[in-house]
Design a protein around this ligand. Structure first.
Ligand code: DX5
Length: 228
């Protein structure tokens, strides 16, 4: 049974003065989970939010929270983001000297673990940790900012990671997620390559027909491409 298509909005584009309401609106629009882009100003040239911000909006939705930790020190921060209400932590392979231990530690803290790969990082970087994750995130932009252009040359890597997961017998338990420049004109390429979880920010909020239309349209386009 292939993994379900899921839409995971990035909250980067929202009006942070009413973050709780914005998250409730995303749930009402039909998204499957909420992704928080956590940036430390060192691993990426941008700074976003700490665990207290996430904890403050936890009560506004029952959807799962995942923290995309674009940080140099995920080991030091993991427990705080789990306590804040994140069910999944996504760490970057490039930020972890001991990736296997970092992922095992996240699981020992009671969250699900996931690993992200920047555009230049080969798929092989996750070859020996697939048994520790429930998701591999393939960045389709260089991390740090929303509104960037989709890097289509990541599609062979998406295909390669999906094949590694399937070859390891994990096809029914590990998702392939993509993040960056995902919208109506790019989602089909990513889904056809094997991505089943789509992170989108700008594309959801710039749809003139509103959030619910944007979410449904992205899901429909992904499902059509994923099945083919
Ligand atoms: C990059 C961020 C963005 C964001 C989505 O570090 O992770 O990719 O989530 O941005 P859009 O969908 O606007 O490209």
């Amino acid at each position: 049974m292939p993994r379900p298509i899921e839409i995971a909005p990035s909250v980067l584009p929202v009006d942070f003065s009413k973050l709780g309401e914005e998250i409730a609106a995303l749930e009402a629009a039909g998204v499957d989970r909420i992704q928080f882009d956590v940036m430390d100003g060192q691993f990426v040239p941008n700074l976003t939010f700490g665990p207290d911000v996430i904890a403050s909006v936890r009560r506004h939705t029952s959807l799962p929270f995942e923290a995309h930790l674009m940080v140099l020190t995920p080991d030091l921060l993991a427990a705080e983001y789990i306590k804040a209400g994140c069910q999944r932590l996504i760490v970057h392979a490039e930020a972890c000297t001991h990736l296997h231990r970092t992922l095992a530690n996240i699981r020992s803290l009671g969250a699900t673990a996931a690993v992200a790969l920047n555009p230049a990082t080969p798929a092989d970087a996750v070859a020996h940790v697939l048994d520790l994750v429930d998701l591999v995130l393939i960045m389709t932009v260089n991390p740090g900012f929303g509104g960037q252009s989709y890097i289509a040359t990541m599609e062979p890597k998406i295909r390669e990671v999906r094949a590694m997961i399937d070859a390891a017998g994990l096809a029914e338990s590990v998702d392939v997620e993509v993040d960056g420049g995902i919208g109506p004109n790019t989602v089909a390429g990513a889904a056809a390559a094997g991505a089943n979880v789509l992170v989108a920010g700008s594309a959801l909020f710039r749809d003139p027909q509103g959030l619910a239309h944007a979410v449904a349209d992205l899901r429909a386009r992904a499902m059509a491409a994923f099945a083919n």
